[in-house]
Design a protein around this ligand. Structure first.
Ligand code: BGC
Length: 503
């Protein structure tokens, strides 16, 4: 068997181009599209636990929680309606990413980002001013529609704009914005929750700020040369590409973009096309990478962290401390991946991160099992023991933040050929949303039944996904995006599907 996951791209085409100030600023602005997603992840969990919010919109949940003194720690949080409210956004995002695939292809990446910002803004206003439950739900759906548009277009935009040698670093700006959004939202939530009665309005309404950033940003951003060519604007694309790359000689790259666009024109039905044999590797990655990203259990750890911090004895400050500690680790480790992704490659980060998460998950499972046992009775936990748990949570979050977090968005956005790029990216977004939704929905139930075994469940998937990466994911570092077919052609397994004679 030939070696697996060989690095290709060496000795292949090298387009001239520098990391210009223009492309850097453009990518930073576009990456801010991640802020709205991050802000929502950080804000929604906290808001749904605020008393005033529950009393106003979910009085029965509030009553039940006040009455219930559940002795089983594993079954403490079990309000399905609240979880459903939170996760309705993911279903909305799923639907809109499919519409976004059409808009992104026909009208450009920029328009999708703009629509994303505007819809999110409308949702934030409706939520902030909500006086009835329908306003809350419609607002939440609008937020979801917005996220579907931006998560579909921003990663593609960044991967197309970036010079290929810096594509990883520039694309991860998106994940960096997500993590910054989460951190800011968590900290704000902590303080807003102290304003009794209407603090939740500030938390929810505050989403207007990141929404305006990406709305205004998308108005001033140029579209990508790939997208301009896809829509027949050849001259404009050439001038733009010169400016983006900071060199005059962009002929090679332009010719390849035109060739990609010609191939793309022949495709009338990108969705049906995706089912063709030659796109099997792309379709597999579009489905599995986002699913695996969620099966790392990251959102469960994020949710569970405050509870663990409480056991250390931080009391009412636990939520803040947990948010700040895990939030800073999340942001910091994402910066590490920006530094390393184009140097060490995607596979190294995936595999290292996977191993690190596996170890920490097993450790957390053991520690939680030791504290709550099989029946979930709170026991006495020595402080040093709890500190070790928190340490492992941080090690876990760091690993996610430099592997599956950013790569879960980067790798899909760089591997699809132009003719299926937009459709395939919306599959990636949809899968991410479906799995986030499913895990959020079944998490409470699973925690109640699997107990600390829940972490073993995720650890099992860590093993599966690492094996998958090792054998099936080729290295994509340093390969120009329109040259990616070479990567599959020289892969031990995927070459059967994309064989040169059959493509
Ligand atoms: C994931 C989110 C997750 C976040 C954590 C993102 O890449 O898609 O589900 O909450 O990273 O930083």
């Amino acid at each position: 068997m030939p070696s697996v996951g060989i690095v290709v791209g060496d000795g292949k085409k090298e387009y001239p181009g520098k990391l210009t100030l223009y492309v850097t600023v453009t990518c930073i602005v576009a990456a801010m599209g991640g802020l709205i997603f991050g802000y929502d992840i950080g804000i929604s969990g906290g808001v749904t636990t605020m008393d005033s919010f529950q009393q106003k919109f979910f009085p029965s949940v509030y009553e039940k929680q006040k009455k219930d003194h559940v002795s089983n720690q594993y079954c403490r949080f079990d309000s399905v309606s609240l979880t459903l409210f939170t996760s309705s956004l993911y279903l909305a995002a799923l639907c809109s990413s499919i519409v976004a695939s059409y808009v992104t292809r026909k009208f450009g990446r920029k328009i999708s980002m703009l629509l994303g910002g505007v819809l999110f803004c409308a949702g934030a206003l409706l939520n902030g001013f909500a006086t009835a439950i329908w306003m809350l739900i419609v607002g939440r759906l609008l937020l979801g529609f917005g996220i579907g548009f931006t998560n579909q277009s921003v990663p593609l935009y960044l991967s197309e704009m970036a010079p290929y040698k810096f594509r990883g670093a520039l694309n991860i700006g998106f994940q960096l914005s997500i993590t910054i959004g989460i951190l800011i939202a968590n900290v704000l939530n902590f303080f807003f929750s102290k304003i009794s009665g209407w603090g939740w309005r500030l938390s929810l309404g505050g989403a207007v700020v990141p929404a305006l950033i990406i709305t205004v940003g998308s108005l001033i951003l140029p579209d990508t040369p790939n997208s301009m060519i896809e829509r027949g604007q050849f001259k404009l694309a050439e001038t733009k590409l010169r400016k983006i790359r900071g060199v005059d000689d962009v002929d090679d790259e332009i010719n390849d973009l035109i060739a990609a666009s010609e191939a793309s024109k022949l495709v009338e039905h990108p969705w049906r096309n995706l089912l063709q044999r030659k796109y099997r590797p792309h379709l597999t990655m579009a489905i599995l990478i986002p699913a695996f990203q969620q099966l790392t259990g990251i959102n469960v750890i994020m949710f569970y962290a405050p509870v663990l911090f409480q056991t250390i004895g931080f009391g009412s400050d636990a939520a803040l401390i947990s948010a700040v500690v895990t939030g800073l680790v999340n942001v910091g480790a994402t910066v590490v991946s920006i530094y390393g992704v184009d140097k060490w490659g995607r596979r190294f980060l995936f595999l290292e991160g996977g191993f690190q998460m596996l170890i920490s998950q097993v450790a957390v499972a053991a520690a939680i099992g030791a504290k709550f046992g099989v029946d979930g009775n709170p026991g006495v936990l020595p402080k040093w023991y709890a500190i070790v748990v928190v340490l492992f949570i941080c090690i876990y979050v760091a690993a996610f933040a430099w592997s599956w977090g950013p790569l879960g968005w980067l790798v899909p956005s760089e591997i699809f050929p132009l003719e299926i790029r937009s459709a395939a990216q919306s599959i990636t977004v949809s899968m991410n949303m479906i799995f986030t939704f499913l895990i959020a929905q079944v998490f409470l139930m699973m925690l109640c039944h699997l107990k600390f075994g829940l972490f073993i469940f995720f650890a099992f998937f860590m093993v599966v996904m690492s094996i998958f990466v090792y054998f099936f994911l080729p290295e994509t570092r340093g390969v120009p995006i329109e040259e990616m077919k070479q990567v599959w052609r020289s892969h031990w397994y995927w070459s059967k599907f994309v064989d040169a004679r059959r493509t």
